[in-house]
Design a protein around this ligand. Structure first.
Ligand code: PLP
Length: 374
């Protein structure tokens, strides 16, 4: 399949067939294809100023940093802009490592099943042995614990050598698994007790994807450090590290040639402005609930092992091979991805309508039935 054009959730292939795109750039396409406000922001930026690198400030870079610092709950936050989720996490790991070393703390606690990226350090932090195995030995900074297990977390923190706990509030690649609010609150308490930082990887779950600027906010927990990417750029590559001001890098300790370039920054500003102006956080929440409810209602009895997610980060654990369900969905004109072997994942744009939810839910129910009958 070769896609040639898109508008909103609809995309067309080179044979003229249309599809409903619920992959949404694996969560990056927050405003859908060719959203007019986003297109205007990108074209205006490209015709105004070229790349200056982050040696020099530009207005879009400064505005985006201020907007992010104001929107996120982290008090008195500083922002570093880069080009991807892995890069944002790479910066995060350097920052918490530096902070920890100054206190004699060398370990970072991460979750089994997590995904933090494919660079060397973020891969070492990723709790999926199959992804790490071809490259081991990797960095030995990380201590893995099972997600949602507060006793295991307490034990991992007990030696007093932990610089930070890094977690995804909703594990994305690990199967779309929201961590319970009580666990997140306990993680905050334990970090405070042990003098560790609480860092959240919100590359997939953040920037409104789960109906809040940060998914962790639904638990009332305020992290010390957060990474963003994906939805922030609405399709252009950008990542951001947002951290308490006292954790910042000294000049020269971290940088990026392309980070904070005017075009992706203006794209991100258009995304944030459109989310606010169009009330998309509440809409994402409503559409996500509707989608999960509709699929639960329509899927044949016994065919769904679990329905998970928050906002428009949705996982449908099927009693079959998820890859086959995704192929059947594509034949019905709906594009989806998998998250693990048994989970179908929908990460559609925030502008998804109730009619599109209806089409997607019916197609998923029919595809599950087809695969089960085969
Ligand atoms: N962290 C999380 C939670 C992700 O889901 C991803 C990508 O799926 C990454 C980090 C890596 O982001 P990128 O592909 O932009 O490097």
């Amino acid at each position: 399949m070769t896609l040639v054009r898109g508008r909103g959730l609809e995309v067309w292939d080179d044979g003229g067939r249309s599809y409903l795109d619920l992959i949404g750039g694996l969560g990056a396409l927050s405003l859908g294809h060719a959203h007019p406000a986003w297109v205007r922001a990108v074209t205006d930026a490209a015709s105004t100023i070229g790349l200056t690198t982050n040696l020099v400030h530009t207005r879009p870079q400064a505005e985006l940093a201020s907007r992010l610092a104001a929107l996120l709950p982290i008090p008195d936050a500083r922002v570093f802009l880069c080009n991807s989720g892995a890069e944002a996490n790479e910066a995060l790991l350097k920052l918490v490592r530096k902070h920890g070393l100054a206190l004699g703390k060398t370990a970072i606690v991460v979750l089994e099943g997590s995904f933090h990226g494919r660079t060397v350090a973020t891969l070492a932090a990723t709790g999926q042995p199959a992804k790490r195995a071809p490259f081991e030995p990797l960095l030995d900074w990380f201590r893995f614990v099972p997600p949602g297990d507060a006793a295991a977390l307490e034990q991992a923190l007990s030696p007093g050598d932990v610089a930070a706990v890094l977690l995804e509030p909703v594990l994305g690649e690990g199967g779309v698994v929201p961590l319970p609010a009580g666990y997140l609150r306990r993680a905050r308490e334990l970090c405070d007790l042990r003098g560790a930082l609480l860092a959240v990887d919100e590359v997939q779950s953040g920037t409104g994807r789960c109906g809040e600027w940060l998914a962790i906010s639904s638990s009332g927990v305020v992290p010390d450090v957060a990474s963003l990417a994906k939805a922030l750029g609405g399709g252009l590559p950008i990542g951001a590290l947002v951290a308490r001001a006292d954790l910042s890098f000294a000049p020269g300790e971290h940088a990026s040639t392309f980070g904070g370039g005017p075009v992706p920054c203006c794209a991100a500003l258009a995304v944030l402005e459109t989310i606010e102006a169009d009330g998309l956080l509440a809409h994402v929440d409503a559409m996500g609930s509707l989608l999960r409810d509709e699929v639960s209602r329509l899927a044949p009895a016994g065919s769904l092992a679990d329905v998970r997610g928050a906002g428009l980060l949705c996982g449908f654990q099927v009693a079959a091979d998820a890859g086959r369900v995704v192929t059947a969905l594509r034949d019905r004109g709906v594009l989806a991805s998998t998250a693990g072997a048994d989970t179908v994942r929908f990460t559609p744009p925030y502008v998804t309508t109730p009619q599109e939810v209806d089409v997607a839910a019916k197609a998923l129910a029919a595809s599950i039935q087809e695969v089960a009958a085969a």
